[in-house]
Write a protein that binds this ligand. Structure first.
Ligand code: MSP
Length: 511
């Protein structure tokens, strides 16, 4: 089966930060896992290059918008290999192919009678690239997110008849209760729709940095409509000489942050309905990684947790974490410490704690000890004994559990399900005490069984863990002489492993 997963496309007006890495790592875990299940996977990420946020940043820096995007887009593109992310394509919305393909769909929406000309008058936040209602503007006319002044806009626009899709959207929500996940985000999106939908601007005429409206050169498309279409247009040109649309559309998962819920759970399905295109299966809405403001360490009333973002100035640099601790440590921490779908605090102290106690101790030590004992007691050959049936039952049950959890994009739950097994294997070492068995020749068979069980258990766990920490599990599996990643083979088997090599510590304690 085909499996298409996307990240949001990132604004190129500033440097990549942990928030961007977060959405991307999450989508990568899903993509890697589905490949292990033998699915035909396509994984898309990229950059959002039009609209006011970019035009304003270019103006501030005294360059043209094109110069700015050409300078900044590579920083996002380079982020992907540094995060060890396995995207199949990187879309830039300034790609001429995207521009042409998005114009086609938007013209189709107009041909289908869902577009009309009018005058927009109201509040607008140039930093969100979002129109604000009077209620959102409040008495002070400030953006509720950025706390900066909203502008009063009055301009000729083409409008998208969003209001006409209210009933269709409610029907979609009734029929597909997992269209938006997790549940509290479904409820939020649904009540937004129920509260009544107003038509929205589809184009801007006071502004030129965008995709031209083909039927009226005085206008460019409102950036959100064109940007959302990236998920669809990318398939038409990602692979030279081949159109992948049939093979991969509709997407199984759009992974997004909660700040862009309205666009993905209301505007996007309405647009696709208007164009007569199939809808994605799931929009998974994750929360925010939050950081305490610098200098405030106590949990007093004023130590407010802030969303980590470029506009707030409290950026935690993913590159720095990678340089110091490696890619896997960052990937693991992001998916482990904050429940995927919830908001949660992140900090360097918590990072260090997870690294030491879980990656270095629980997993790294288990791997080192197991490999070292096989060398010390059996000259580096894994005995071919039948593994302990009790352990087999517990370890093997991890894989179907992980599959079921990841079908719902429960990335933290699935990681915990594997970690339960990592801990189980550590307990097994303590219970069986191979170093005691090794002292007694009469217990050689027992020792064989324990070592075989540990090596196979470790292999199965490493295969299941691979999507989260691909670098270190890849190294461990190579050491075990069993690099295969297919989940089908992730069951403990006798005689599966033979000679193994030496292993450098997976997560060294002091760097
Ligand atoms: N360009 C739009 C998305 C268009 S998709 C058709 C955009 N870009 S963004 O660069 O501002 O943000 C991209 C993603 O990063 C969003 O999903 C956002 O939620 C996420 N994050 C930004 N800061 C974040 C945190 N502090 N924590 C977690 N993710 C957050 O929006």
């Amino acid at each position: 089966m085909s499996f298409y997963v996307t990240t949001p496309i990132y604004y190129v007006n500033a440097a990549p930060h942990l928030g961007h890495a977060y959405s991307t790592i999450a989508a990568d875990v899903l993509a890697r896992h589905m490949r292990q299940r033998g699915e035909d996977v396509f994984f898309l990420t990229g950059t959002d290059e039009h609209g006011e946020p970019v035009a304003l940043a270019a103006e501030r820096e005294g360059v043209t918008p094109q110069e700015l995007v050409d300078r900044n887009a590579p920083r996002f593109k380079e982020l992907m290999p540094r995060l060890n992310v396995s995207n199949d394509f990187f879309i830039r919305t300034s790609d001429p192919e995207h521009q042409a393909a998005s114009q086609k769909v938007l013209a189709l929406i107009r041909d289908n009678g869902h577009v009309y000309e009018g005058v927009y008058e109201g509040w607008y936040c140039p930093r969100c690239a979002d129109f604000k209602t009077d209620a959102e503007a409040g008495d002070d006319n400030l953006c509720p997110i950025h706390r900066t002044a909203l502008t009063r806009e009055k301009e000729d626009n083409y409008f998208f008849r969003l209001s006409a899709f209210q009933d269709d959207l409610l029907r979609l929500y009734d029929e597909q209760p997992d269209f938006v996940m997790p549940r509290h985000r479904y409820n939020e999106a649904r009540s937004f729709i129920e509260s009544g939908l107003q038509d929205v601007s589809l184009s801007r005429s006071t502004f030129t940095w965008g995709v031209p409206v083909p039927w009226d050169p005085e206008h460019v498309f409102y950036v959100w409509f064109e940007a959302l279409l990236n998920y669809y247009t990318a398939l038409s040109y990602a692979k030279p000489g081949e159109d992948l649309t049939e093979r991969f559309w509709p997407a199984q998962f759009h992974i997004i942050g909660k700040d862009i819920l309205k666009f993905h759970t209301v505007f996007w399905p309405a647009m696709l309905l208007a164009a007569g295109l199939p809808l994605p299966e799931h929009v998974f809405v994750h929360g925010f990684l939050l950081m305490r403001e610098e200098g405030k360490t106590d949990a007093g009333a004023d130590s407010e947790l802030k969303k980590m973002s470029k506009s707030m100035g409290n950026v935690l640099d993913p590159f720095q974490i990678i340089d110091e601790f490696g890619t896997d440590a960052l990937r693991f921490y992001c998916m482990r410490d904050v429940g995927f779908g919830q908001d949660g605090e992140v900090s360097t102290a918590r990072f260090a704690m997870r690294y030491e106690s879980e990656l270095a101790n629980d997993f790294g030590n288990l791997a080192s000890r197991t490999v070292a004992m096989i060398h010390r007691y059996r000259g580096g050959d894994v005995p071919s004994s039948q593994p302990d049936p009790e352990l087999v039952a517990e370890i093997d049950a991890a894989v179907p559990e992980v599959c079921a959890l990841l079908d719902r994009a429960d990335l933290t739950g699935a990681l915990e399900a594997i970690w339960v097994r990592v801990r189980r294997l550590n307990r097994y070492v303590e219970e069986q005490a191979p170093w005691v068995l090794a002292k007694d020749e009469a217990r050689a068979e027992e020792l064989d069984r324990v070592l075989a069980s540990l090596a196979e258990g470790l292999r199965v766990v490493a295969v299941a863990l691979h999507p989260w920490i691909p670098e270190s599990t890849g190294r461990l599996l190579a050491t075990l002489g069993a690099p295969q990643l297919e989940l089908e083979g992730a069951r403990m088997q006798a005689g599966r492993l033979g000679a193994i090599s030496k292993l450098e510590p997976l997560f060294p304690k002091h760097r």
